[in-house]
Design a protein around this ligand. Structure first.
Ligand SMILES: [Zn+2]
Length: 150
């Protein structure tokens, strides 16, 4: 019961025993369990390779998440984008085709001052329903605002 023998390498092909086996990785004979298929060293190597692959996989996932996070912003940025004529939405909103925009009245408008409105849905054929919009506490404190393409 010493050192590396504590690792349970059965998943990678090694189990302790007194049977003379042939390793499928290095083709050398080793002493192990009758049903094992890798020597201790090759099983350990296989385990490490799998762990490294998992680390790389997790690094890729973390990178993707970071890129996703970069697309999100807070309400302050959302407001500036609206003022710049862009459409924004919250990821937390359920429902496709929901977004906000700022309407700036011209001489033909009934309204005299700019206001925010929301598109609540985009039917397959036809126009979205547009309604006046007010921010809730949750909306203002959220960091999941995203830009919406026109
Ligand atoms: Zn081997």
């Amino acid at each position: 019961m010493g050192g590396v023998k504590f690792f349970d390498l059965r998943r990678w092909g090694y189990a302790a025993g007194h049977y003379i086996c042939h390793c499928i990785s290095c083709a050398l004979s080793y002493e192990g369990n009758k049903l094992s298929w890798r020597c201790h060293a090759c099983a350990l190597k296989a385990k490490r390779e799998e762990e490294n692959a998992m680390d790389e996989f997790e690094a890729v996932l973390a990178d993707e998440k970071a890129q996703e996070d970069e697309k999100r912003f807070d309400f302050g940025d959302a407001l500036r984008l609206l003022q710049g004529g862009f459409r924004v939405a919250r990821e937390g909103w359920n429902g496709k085709g929901m977004w906000l925009a700022l309407q700036v009245p011209d001489n033909h408008s009934k309204m005299r001052l700019p206001y925010l409105y929301m598109s609540v849905a985009t039917p397959p054929a036809g126009k979205a329903d547009l309604v006046p919009w007010l921010a809730s506490q949750t909306d203002m404190l959220s960091d999941d605002w995203v830009l919406v393409a026109e």
